[in-house]
Ligand binder design. Sequence first.
Ligand code: PMP
Length: 425
Amino acid sequence: MTEPSDTPTWYGRGLPHVWLPYCQMKVAPPPLPVVRTHGCRIVLADGRELIDGIASWWSVCHGYNHPYIREAVERQLATMPHVMFGGLAHEPALTLASRLSAMAPPGLSRVFFTDSGSIAVEVALKMTLQYWLNKGRTRKTRFLCFSDGYHGDTLGAMAVSDPARSMHKAFREVVPRHFVVDVPSGAASFADVDRILDEHAHEIAAMIVEPLVQGAGGMRFHSPEALSGLHRLAKDHDLLFIADEIATGFWRTGYRFACESAGARPDILCVGKALTGGTLTMGATLAAEHVFEAFLSDDWDAALMHGPTFMANPLACAAANASLDLFEREPKEGRVRRIEARLREGLEPCRRLPGVVDVRVRGAIGVVQLAEGGDVYALRPRFVEQGVWIRPFKDVVYLMPPLVIDDAELEILTGAIRRVLEEAR
Ligand code: PMP
């Protein structure tokens, strides 16, 4: 890695000591030094401003450095930046728990706070396995999950992600094996799910799904009908239904939670990313009362033994409560519909470019699917030259901008995609 010229001293001093995410450090281009963020903008050390098309890994829903969230965190910082959650409780966490449970799909009455999305998934998996153990169903130890699924980078989460095509495929022999099936795309394609459930439901603890949009596995969409069919099958076969809404929650797909599109009532729901408005790290695992009750016992071994050091961190809870205030004050349904229309208009012309095999839009998510085999990583610096922050991966170029983005900024983002793909052909 060689660093760009004219960089700040902290950059040259620190860069040789960091191990960066999701990249081959031998050949990866150096990261761009960034000094400030505001609204939908990322300000680089050399003064350039990039419009963020991916909202810092899909988290910054109200825009960066929102004064309302910042002030809430500053107030909390002055009184209690942190305190452990074991044996102690505080107002920001209890307020947040009651608000999350009130806004989630019906029945999710208990909130377990975590420090990231992957850990919210780990907790969901652990809760599920122990739910069945506590009920004496000791053989229900496997999960039904989906091709192109992605649920996080920790071992349990990797095991329920696509084992063959995901970035974690190197681990397929060392993580527990689960049942993997394609997300059904029509009535006939439920046959595979039916077959697995008919043969193996007695050993399957839960189905885990990213509702409506599979994100990091390749930005694939499925219909509300497919989702409601899966939910019904899970219920009919005595499986828990885990909805991983870490990427789709908080209006990203146009619904508060994507499960609402299908009237699906998950037994367990995972949230993260936009939970704090993208300000601080936090996840949560919401459980239905019947899941919670299965842990109530005179036997300590039946208890959920989990408790990350920084769970329910008061600063993160304050940011999340402020983010929920903003959602209440400035409803996002209309905005997401407008973003959806602009993304459709702006990206649809890409369909006729060579190498483009699909263009799809759902809510505030726009995807240009390229033919397999191209080098999408080579496109990344081209986007920076266009003044936008867009990070294609696998075979997709996609946008998931802050939900506060305006039409002019959206046009710059979609225009950059049209131009870069046009030049790349
Ligand atoms: N589940 C889904 C659906 C995700 O998109 C992600 C993050 N991309 C995760 C889990 C993991 O969340 P985190 O990166 O906060 O651990």
